[in-house]
Design a protein around this ligand. Structure first.
Ligand code: NDP
Length: 243
């Protein structure tokens, strides 16, 4: 039977690689994004080129009303399907020292990275529980574990999802729904394009940034039946950076 996945922020970067990988694994993938229509279309084309199945699902994850209405529309248009695998990947950075941080920098990062987790997961987990099969995979960050200066907003959001991952995992384990988090280190995407790779890679034991595909491989495993007994975990993909 066809399994369905929703990848938030699937138009670019890590989310694109995850969408492509899950489609190659046989999932029908709903690719969410906010505004980059061309990039989203490119992800969709790449999936279809290789015989995969996917569809675009544009909505702003930081807007709970918009999110709920997009998910309700999907449920009413396709009443016979349910999302088996949810990848909460959409995220933004708005770095600033706390002393200078604007309300909007705090709220935008919390709404996009953390509150979206609550809105989307609550909407989709019901069917997973009824079907007694599901996967929730949250893309967090090294920043949410060790904290990074200049990122109190982002570290708070990611640490918040880590706490929720551990709590929710215990709520739903008996229904065969697993909840895990992946904490990437430095991955080459638009989000890290402004960073000095040559300088930063010196402190990474692997001596390089990671590729989005290297995160997608772990998502693929966590979405599969092979990972059924792994839940409530935070798994690092960071070239040995975090000790
Ligand atoms: P990118 O900036 O390359 O891509 C971000 C994606 O999120 C885009 O698809 C974007 O859509 C989408 N997005 C952003 N805001 C919204 C929104 N409000 N609603 C819907 N979609 C949205 O980021 P990365 O691929 O680098 O990051 C992906 C995830 O991985 C994030 O959660 C990030 O925090 C995390 N991460 C990344 C690391 C890295 O080194 N790159 C390290 C650790 C964690 P659109 O194209 O429409 O703008």
């Amino acid at each position: 039977m066809m399994k369905y996945a929703l990848v938030t922020g699937g138009s670019r970067g890590i989310g694109r690689a995850i969408s492509i990988k899950l489609a190659a694994d046989g999932f029908f993938v709903f690719i969410n994004y906010k505004s980059a229509d061309d990039a989203a279309q490119e992800t969709l084309n790449e999936i279809r080129k290789t015989g995969g199945q996917a569809e675009l699902l544009k909505f702003d994850v930081s807007n709970s009303a918009e999110t709920i209405s997009a998910l309700e529309k999907l449920a009413s248009e396709k009443p016979d399907i349910y999302i088996h695998t949810l990848v909460n990947n959409a995220g933004i950075r708005k770095d600033n020292l706390l002393v200078f941080m604007q309300d909007s920098e705090w709220n935008d990062v919390l709404n996009t990275n953390l509150n979206s987790f609550f809105t989307i997961t609550r909407a989709l987990i019901k069917n997973m529980l009824v079907k007694k099969s599901g996967r929730i995979i949250n893309i967090v960050s090294l920043s949410g574990i060790k904290g990074l200066p200049g990122q109190t907003n982002y570290s708070a959001a990611k640490a918040g999802i880590i706490g929720a991952t551990k709590a929710l995992a215990q709520e739903v384990a008996r229904k065969n729904v697993t909840v895990n988090a992946i904490a990437p280190g430095f991955i080459s995407t638009d989000m890290t394009a402004d960073l000095d790779q040559n300088e930063l890679k010196k402190m990474i034991p692997a001596q390089r940034f990671g590729k989005p595909e290297e995160v997608a491989e772990l998502v693929s495993f966590l979405a599969s039946d092979k990972s059924a007994y792994i839940t409530g975990e935070v798994i690092h993909v960071n070239g040995g950076l975090y000790t």
